[in-house]
Design a binder for this molecule. Sequence first.
Ligand SMILES: CC(C)(COP(=O)(O)OP(=O)(O)OC[C@H]1O[C@@H](n2cnc3c(N)ncnc32)[C@H](O)[C@@H]1OP(=O)(O)O)[C@@H](O)C(=O)NCCC(=O)NCCS
Length: 149
Amino acid sequence: MSRVAMLGMGHLEQCLLIENRSDPHPWGKMNWLRSLRDDHCLGWWEGDELLAISCYTLVLDDVSLLNIVVDKSSRGQGVGRRLLCEGLEWMQQFGGARCLLEVRLSNTVARNLYTQLGFAEDGIRKNYYPLGDGFENAVLMSADLPLAE
Ligand SMILES: CC(C)(COP(=O)(O)OP(=O)(O)OC[C@H]1O[C@@H](n2cnc3c(N)ncnc32)[C@H](O)[C@@H]1OP(=O)(O)O)[C@@H](O)C(=O)NCCC(=O)NCCS
């Protein structure tokens, strides 16, 4: 049975495991330590198995999506979409009225997901992400909450 639940410092190793095998641009241990301690991190569980993670922070009524990653073996089954929707509903309880995010220009899968959920593109942040020897632009996106699913 699937469930969404808050993650804490005790989940560090599982977060690193999923991200390192599933995200071509992993956060790394220090970012996970800080985020699990300071932010709102939610996990998607099937039974005892953690399959996906998303992390958010809140400034006034702006929610920022900091990270979302679905384990490679569980992609394309609606997990990312449902985790993001539930995560943003969760953040509304704390006063979130809008969600902001940045995504790599080349990340068409994530951009499709966000567009499908009603996120609009607000602009470009040039050379924001490291990429090999150079940098890649970020696309800035936002949506009002609740999402119009
Ligand atoms: C982006 C990510 C979270 C999507 O998770 P997912 O569980 O595979 O996505 P879902 O199955 O919920 O699909 C939701 C939508 O995403 C898009 N999508 C999913 N897989 C796709 C693919 N292979 N090609 C194109 N679009 C795709 C589609 O719009 C899809 O909706 P649809 O099924 O109605 O067409 C996942 O690919 C991931 O973890 N990527 C690596 C980490 C990452 O890039 N995170 C985003 C950082 S900004």
